[in-house]
Design a protein around this ligand. Structure first.
Ligand SMILES: Nc1nc2c(c(=O)[nH]1)N[C@H]1C(S)=C(S)[C@@H](COP(=O)(O)OP(=O)(O)OC[C@H]3O[C@@H](n4cnc5c(=O)[nH]c(N)nc54)[C@H](O)[C@@H]3O)O[C@H]1N2
Ligand SMILES: Nc1nc2c(c(=O)[nH]1)N[C@H]1C(S)=C(S)[C@@H](COP(=O)(O)OP(=O)(O)OC[C@H]3O[C@@H](n4cnc5c(=O)[nH]c(N)nc54)[C@H](O)[C@@H]3O)O[C@H]1N2
Ligand SMILES: [Mo]
Length: 768
């Protein structure tokens, strides 16, 4: 439906993948000036002897023998292995205030940080300091606090298990559980919702399960862009005859058709493999009602034909079936249809496909987790699977598509603001100090604490905290109130520039780089989406001779903070990652016993996953059907002037890292300032394709929360729904609009109003 009249917007008719993907890889390498080294580096991504790709958390096939092609993995690697350098000389040329006027792309494109630097407020610049000085200042800032809970230890899921473990030890030894992390903005509904249902906040499937599934349900994820290596799996499944159903308000190209760059025939003949057999374009946030509609229809099929439900499984392994049935019986079809935007017949069709399938895998991503009731929506997905015993047997189960390449591992080794009693006890027993028991801050709570002046020191192990979070109006101001921010990073970004009283920028090695400590080449370990833990070893020479590894930086801060620590040999650990792994194994014996031996086996090992073996560590000892009443869906839809905006990733970005301005599969080139809208809504609102509009937070009284001068583009998207790119539109996401259980921001369902550009916001919001 894209209209040729809008500059940079044109229909993209090719399948996902294909020759354009190969061209894009070459382009990324040239752009980042990594073409020679980069090519070699790419060959080592996700190889048993190489490094774990920093792109996504999709697992590797057991016997990776040839280079597993992935365009966006190549971009992630090229971006890290760039030859561009953000040296102190570069920072001498630009004040922080000037850099703040640059785009997110331009700031990061300065390249790799090369030396530790400190912010000098006298002339508004970052300036080189020594590592000794950097550690001393970090330690002094922490020691100056009256209460350890004034410190916040943020983590973005790229750190290795070893770095993340030392980091949580640093925070707990210091006396706080303030570990806001990127999970709080991502899959927290999985970590909070799944344990009540199945006893573990992780997925239950393995990669091999995809060979045995005859149905794959894809809810709210865009694998062609965000988990491209998953496309090989989906393509194989499709060719084998498995059915794939996609549930997504937008028609994502890769879910429709895909040409494998590894298939010589598809590449030579310009052919492709169809992926989804049916596409369900539901309303934004309508998933819980849609799934309940499917379950209602499944129960009707059972009543009519029998033999649909797995009654033996339900009897032996579950609780709550009757309550669920009662809830579904009371739920009427008009409510379901209105809430998810699909007619009953289509929901029944999806349900019939599910009822017929022997083994079903259900995959989901951010389209499910970033709403106001996501933890409970995730539980509805589980309900659907449990009805047919689709858990803990080959070819069946739940598959949350995790974000950062080691975000799951970070949580496993203790980056968690709500540690269990068992974890706290184990830390006490292994290290001999009493860790804090009180729960700490999530991302949203950290921002509130910063606003109130209760948080004074922020330490960031990677990430771009302020840009990833909602509401820059409040969040940016909150960052500026800090006494000290310590950023451990590979590249500069906007968060580093939101300086308060003092700030440090500590440059670290990336995944692709050689990490030699005490003369020994070190390996780190990571956990993928399917609980496989394996080693990762970089091979590139470090971007600068001054870089330190993340474990070394964490140990440096710890030493400066605790001095001679009688309980933890920080510097010894930072020189020997085997010793860190031994400690992980002692703190988490059930998961990591024999860690160092197991991780030396190529391919690594799988952590215990109860639900895969039908072991349910819930309060009932069973898998639980859980009732949730979505009450007809989002009440904010009542006002015809209010539309619901979902914020997404383009094909040319990694979260807040913007590689370039194309979103090829959605037919957008050279720009990101577009909003996709339903053509009938546009007509109703007097908007035409290509009009310049402002997108404002619907319930903001101040008029400050407006994304200005966007171009409206007509798309095949359900009425009442809009889509635009993250992070440009984070200004309209309210800090208090989040999943009630997990605190995950409702990035995928922001109520907004559209106006012709430059309208007076205050007068029109009060009009409502
Ligand atoms: N190249 C690349 N890879 C990445 C990332 C990246 O930015 N770039 N980010 C990484 C991270 S941290 C994460 S969390 C993952 C994210 O991977 P995804 O979960 O695929 O991320 P999004 O782009 O946010 O897209 C979510 C999808 O949900 C759909 N959607 C939106 N609202 C709804 C809804 O209400 N219901 C349903 N059913 N669908 C909806 C959107 O149309 C979109 O297709 O990818 C990881 N991998
Ligand atoms: N509106 C909206 N907002 C969202 C989302 C959305 O869908 N919509 N998605 C949310 C999600 S799912 C997530 S996960 C968050 C992401 O939030 P974050 O994880 O905080 O953000 P990233 O953009 O991944 O962080 C990029 C920065 O990480 C640093 N970096 C890269 N590699 C390394 C490394 O190896 N070590 C270290 N120390 N630093 C490194 C670089 O300095 C880079 O600038 O954003 C969330 N925000
Ligand atoms: Mo994420």
């Amino acid at each position: 439906m894209a209209n040729e009249k809008t500059p940079g917007v044109r229909p993209y008719r090719h399948p996902a993948g294909g020759w354009d993907a190969l061209k894009a890889v070459a382009g990324a390498l040239v752009d980042q000036e990594t073409v020679i080294e980069g090519g070699k580096t790419l060959m080592r991504a996700n190889q048993p002897e190489g490094f774990d790709c920093p792109g996504c958390a999709w697992p590797d096939p057991k016997h990776t023998s040839s280079f597993e092609f992935c365009e966006n993995g190549a971009k992630a690697v090229a971006w890290e292995a760039t030859s561009k350098r953000a040296t102190p000389e570069v920072f001498a040329r630009h004040t922080v205030s000037e850099l703040l006027t640059w785009s997110d792309h331009a700031i990061e494109d300065l390249g790799r940080l090369t030396e530790p630097m400190a912010y000098d407020s006298a002339d508004d610049r970052y300036k080189a300091i020594t590592w000794d000085e950097a550690f001393a200042r970090s330690g002094a800032a922490l020691k100056a606090l009256d209460d350890p809970n004034q410190a916040q230890f943020y983590a973005s899921g790229r750190a290795s298990n070893e770095a993340a473990f030392l980091y949580q030890l640093l925070g707990r030894r210091f006396g706080t559980n303030n570990f806001p992390d990127c999970s709080n903005m991502c899959h927290e509904p999985t970590s909070v919702g799944l344990p009540d249902s199945i006893g573990l906040g992780k997925g239950s499937v393995t990669l091999e399960d995809f060979d045995n599934a005859d149905l794959i349900l894809c809810f709210g994820h865009n694998p062609g862009t965000n988990h491209p290596r998953m496309m090989a799996t989906l393509r194989e499944a499709s060719r084998r005859g498995a059915t794939i159903l996609a549930f997504n308000p937008l028609r994502e190209r890769a879910l429709e058709k895909f040409a494998s760059p590894q298939d010589p025939v598809e590449m030579a003949t310009l052919s492709s493999t169809p992926i989804a057999s049916a596409y369900y374009q539901l309303t934004i946030g309508g998933d819980a009602l849609l799934v309940q509609g499917m379950m209602k229809a499944v129960l009707a099929l059972e009543a009519r034909d029998g033999d649909v439900l797995d009654r033996a499984f339900i009897a032996e392994h579950t609780t709550g079936f009757e309550a669920l049935v009662a809830h579904l019986e009371a739920l009427d079809w008009p409510t379901i249809e209105a809430g998810c935007g699909l007619p009953r017949a289509r929901i029944e069709e999806a349900a019939a496909t599910y009822a017929r399938a022997k083994s079903t895998i259900l995959c989901y991503g951010m389209g499910l987790t970033q709403h106001r009731d996501s933890s409970q929506t995730v539980q509805q997905l589980v309900n659907l699977l449990l009805l047919k015993g689709n858990m803990g047997r080959p070819g069946a189960g739940i598959c949350p598509l995790r974000g950062h390449s080691n975000v799951q591992g970070n949580r496993t080794v203790g980056i968690w603001e709500k540690p269990s009693e068992a974890l706290s006890n184990s830390i006490r027993d292994v290290f001999g100090f009493e860790p804090p028991r009180a729960h700490g801050h999530t991302v949203i709570e950290t921002i509130a604490a910063m606003e109130q002046g209760e948080a004074k020191v922020f330490v960031g192990l990677g990430g771009n905290f302020a840009v990833a979070a909602p509401d820059p109006v409040r969040t940016f101001a909150a960052m500026r109130k800090l006494d000290m921010a310590v950023h451990v990073a590979t590249k500069p970004n906007r968060t580093h520039l939101l300086v308060g009283k003092a700030a440090l920028l500590l440059p670290c090695l990336g995944r692709t780089e050689l990490d030699v400590r005490a003369g020994v080449r070190q390996s780190v370990t990571v956990e993928d989406s399917m609980s496989m833990v394996h080693a990762s070893r970089g091979l590139n020479p470090p971007a600068s001779e001054h870089l330190l590894s993340e474990p070394a930086i964490v140990a440096g801060i710890a030493t400066a903070t605790f001095g001679e620590d009688p309980l933890i040999d920080w510097s010894g650990l930072s020189n020997d990652y085997d010793a860190i792994r031994d400690l992980i194994a002692r703190v988490f014996p059930a998961a990591f016993e024999g860690y160092n031996e197991k991780v030396r086996v190529p391919g690594g090992f799988r952590l215990p996953v109860g639900p895969s073996d039908r072991v349910w560590k819930t309060a009932t000892g069973k898998a639980n059907f859980l009732v949730f009443d979505p009450k007809g869906g989002d009440p904010r839809r009542g006002d015809p002037d209010v539309l619901i905006l979902t914020t997404l990733r383009s094909h040319d970005q990694y979260n807040t890292t913007i590689y370039g301005n194309n979103d090829r599969y959605r037919g957008v080139f050279g720009r990101r300032d577009v909003v996709f809208a339903n053509p009938e809504d546009m007509a109703r609102m007097g908007l035409s394709e290509g009009d310049l509009i402002d997108v404002g937070a619907a319930f903001d009284e101040s008029g400050d929360r407006v994304a200005r001068a966007f171009t409206v583009v007509a798309r095949d998207i359900p009425p009442g729904c809009l889509a635009a790119y993250y992070p440009e539109t984070n200004v309209v996401i309210a800090l208090d609009d989040h999943d009630q259980r997990s605190g995950t921001p409702a990035y995928k369902s922001a109520p907004v109003r559209l106006r012709k550009h430059q309208a007076d916001w205050l007068s029109m919001t009060s009009r409502s």
